[in-house]
Design a protein around this ligand. Structure first.
Ligand SMILES: Nc1ncnc2c1ncn2[C@@H]1O[C@H](COP(=O)(O)OP(=O)(O)OP(=O)(O)O)[C@@H](O)[C@H]1O
Length: 628
């Protein structure tokens, strides 16, 4: 059976092409400039391979000519140009890319960086134009041709006059509508803007006559307008320059201009990778967290360039969430682009780049930690919270990637320390990494539960962010050491045999009294017991099981209906005179002990920073005691 070819409804296809591929109309300029750059590249390649053409890189340029009166924008290049056949083939066949053919045929990968590959970019001109006219003269030919089209209705080609080789494209812009302002593409500032955004690193100068004002000679306040040919693009991307040529100031200035920051970056990472996927990355760790960093509005991502042309403003897939603070860009020639250049066809290459970047960022941060502590602490104050979120997020899937980077305040060092530093200072028989949670380091430092541990010389990590305890719980252990809250029921610190026996004896003696207290408190607590961990404070509240009182506070502060309660334990200081009083009163008046139980429970709540359930009853009970 003979195979039949598909037919296409070319009008419909062109319409689809023009209106459905791109989300932003403004990219038409990027596409036409990329074509001009390709045309120049082709001629430059020829000059390299054929020799004696008398052409050098400096002879090439791309010109833009907006004309408000005629409502036209011209894009002119002195590149390879097109013959009549090429005009037919390339601009008359949808999805025919002369550039791709050229790239495939090219023998050597000289200093040429062809951008086009799909054969559709040109048609984006119709998103903003009613009519497109292309006048082109191929290099080495005598005749020029004019191709003209108003879009879906087809095109015409005729002979015409043109000086020199190259292509001149004239766009007759559409009339403005309520939703769309096409006139903006004739404004100098907008053209500059678009070049800056998408085509800043095209390797040939993109030039335009720009009007300026100057003081009229011989006058003091009379101005006159003059025009000057300006190059709008910076051409050589900073990241393509040799690292040895670049100074800190160059990077800092580039960062501040490109990413609109006032502060110098804390760290610059400039890396060139050759391999299965080759790329250059220029990354910055900001010196300060952006004002919206910890809000929903903040969008992570790196700029993505392919052959110097901006493909994506914020490519989120290049950064893991815990490094979302990193700004910068990646430039790679090896990406499989989607036809609109807005998305990537395959994310395999992207994933490979992302993985390497993640490793690189981590190693740079670790080196900052080891060589410039002050700077790292400053960095951590800005972005540490994000790292800790990263440890907790996705059920701890990334905990190993960040655990070496997180810091907590240390009771003994009075500064931020890493987990590995804590472990290196642990006592030989110390089983756990101790931590205490609270609103601020000052408040935690005053917590009764921390007293004994500090007294015995144990270091405690003070957790002040809501996520901290959850993050540590996700981590579970660090260098095989488990974490233990100072409020958990058994701290397992070393006790002498005598201390142990004395404690057991005391507990036995007070058993009935403690049960009576528990009865008075009902469901509020799971247990009332004596505590050896307290020093000067009479009581404290601790928790049994996995949920601590701090976690209870955090969970209950979230906007959900359900209230969660930790299994609370009221601990009475075994060394405090209050125990003697309680035992004495218990012998005389059991009802009085019940009242004391409630009072002590309320005190413990206050110390813990929790609300007293019935403040009036509490205040009355205090008064009653005073007036006894
Ligand atoms: N200014 C130009 N000078 C010479 N040839 C051009 C010019 N503009 C377009 N062409 C030719 O027309 C072809 C089609 O251009 P078009 O922009 O549609 O696709 P492309 O650039 O090849 O690919 P892409 O869709 O990836 O941009 C090009 O491949 C090129 O051969």
């Amino acid at each position: 059976m003979a195979k039949k070819q598909f037919k296409a409804e070319s009008k419909r296809l062109l319409d689809l092409m023009i209106n459905s591929i791109y989300t932003h109309k403004e990219i038409f300029l990027r596409e036409l400039i990329s074509n001009a750059s390709d045309a120049i590249d082709k001629l430059y390649y020829r000059s390299l391979t054929e020799g004696n053409t008398g052409l050098s890189r400096d002879d090439f340029s791309i010109r833009l000519e907006p004309d408000k009166e005629a409502r036209t924008l011209k894009i002119i290049d002195n590149g390879m140009g097109m013959t009549k056949e090429e005009l037919e083939k390339n601009l008359g066949t949808i999805a025919k890319s002369g550039s791709l053919d050229f790239k495939t045929e090219m023998e050597k990968k000289e200093d040429v960086d062809i951008i086009g590959q799909f054969g559709v970019g040109f048609y984006s001109a119709f998103m903003v134009s009613d009519k497109v006219t292309v006048v082109s003269k191929a290099y080495g030919e005598d005749v020029a041709y004019e191709w003209e089209s108003t879009g879906a209705d087809g095109y015409t080609i005729k002979d015409c006059e043109k000086e020199g080789n190259g292509t001149e494209i004239t766009l007759l812009l559409k009339a403005d509508t309520e939703d769309e302002n096409y006139s903006q593409y004739l404004e100098t500032y907008q053209i500059k803007n678009l070049i800056n955004k998408y085509s800043d690193y095209i390797r040939y100068p993109i030039q335009m006559m720009v009007e300026h004002q100057k003081l009229k000679e011989g006058t003091e306040n009379e101005y006159e307008t003059y025009s000057e040919l300006e190059t709008l693009n910076s051409m050589i991307p900073l990241w393509k320059k040799n690292k040895s040529e670049l100074k800190d100031e160059d990077y800092n200035q580039f960062y501040k201009e490109k990413f609109y920051d006032f502060t110098d970056p804390a760290k610059v990472i400039h890396t060139n990778v050759e391999g299965v996927v080759s790329y250059t990355a220029l990354l910055f760790i900001p010196g300060q967290a952006p004002y919206n960093y910890y809000t929903k509005e903040f969008e992570k991502g790196l700029q993505l360039y392919s052959s110097g042309v901006l493909i994506m403003e914020k490519c989120a897939d290049l950064l893991p969430d815990y490094f979302s603070f990193v700004r910068g860009l990646v430039d790679s020639q090896d990406l499989s682009l989607n036809i609109s250049r807005e998305m990537l066809q395959h994310d395999r290459q992207l994933k490979a780049i992302a993985q390497r970047l993640e490793k690189k960022i981590k190693s740079e941060l670790l080196s900052m930690l080891n060589t410039d502590r002050e700077k790292y602490v400053e960095f951590f104050k800005n972005f540490g919270l994000q790292l800790k979120f990263g440890m907790y997020d996705k059920f701890g899937a990334n905990k190993d990637a960040v655990k070496d980077l997180v810091m907590f305040y240390s009771s003994s060092e009075k500064a931020l320390v890493t987990l590995s530093e804590y472990v290196s200072r642990m006592k030989p028989d110390q089983k756990y990494i101790y931590f205490a949670s609270g609103e601020s380091t000052d408040k935690i430092d005053k917590l009764p539960q921390t007293e004994l541990l500090k007294d015995k010389g144990y270091e405690i990590l003070y957790l002040t962010d809501d996520v901290d305890e959850f993050a540590l719980q996700m981590l579970h252990t660090f260098e095989e050491k488990e974490f233990k809250s100072v409020s958990s029921d058994d701290l397992e610190i070393e006790e002498s045999k005598e201390e142990k026996e004395a404690a057991e004896k005391q507990a036995e003696e007070s058993k009935d009294m403690l049960e009576c207290m528990k009865e008075a408190l009902g469901d509020k607590v799971a247990e009332v017991r004596l505590s050896q961990r307290l020093k000067s404070h009479p009581v404290c509240l601790t928790a049994k099981g996995g949920l601590s009182i701090e976690m209870e506070k955090v969970l209950n502060s979230m906007p959900v209906d359900q209230k969660i309660q930790a299994e609370r334990v009221l601990e009475i200081n075994a060394k405090h005179p209050i125990l003697e009083t309680l035992n004495k009163v218990y012998g005389e008046d059991k009802e009085a002990v019940k009242k004391y139980a409630k009072l002590l429970y309320d005190q413990a709540l206050l110390i813990e920073g929790l609300p007293v359930e019935d403040p009036v009853a509490f205040s009355n009970a205090v008064c009653e005691l005073m007036t006894k």
